[in-house]
Design a protein around this ligand. Structure first.
Ligand SMILES: [Zn+2]
Length: 103
């Protein structure tokens, strides 16, 4: 016995439609692909935060989940890039100070 992934009603193993809510089972295959593509959206957003923010803005009206994923990951990527940049800046700044004899 399998259950409808949408409403949880019991279904026959060879049913393609849920008798209770009309949910099409083939939709689930697409849903998994969608979820997988969010993984790549997140990955791209993480490595290219600017692109992630653009994707987030563009997909907000039609796909809030995708917008949220891209926004969170681009924010995370941006924070990591900024902290790397800050560490490098402090590092080179301290070398510069030492060269100039100011430390
Ligand atoms: Zn159902």
């Amino acid at each position: 016995m399998k259950h409808c992934p949408k409403c949880g009603a019991k279904m026959h193993p060879d049913d393609t439609f849920c008798a209770a809510c009309g949910h099409k089972l083939s939709d689930d295959g697409r849903y998994i692909i969608k979820k997988r593509s969010y993984f790549f959206v997140g990955l791209i957003s993480f490595f290219i935060p600017l692109l992630g923010f653009i994707v987030s803005l563009l997909s907000k009206p039609s796909n809030p989940q995708k917008a949220r994923v891209s926004f969170i990951w681009s924010l995370l990527g941006l924070m990591i890039y900024l902290s790397i940049f800050a560490i490098l800046f402090i590092f080179f700044f301290s070398i510069l100070m030492e060269i100039l004899g100011l430390s």
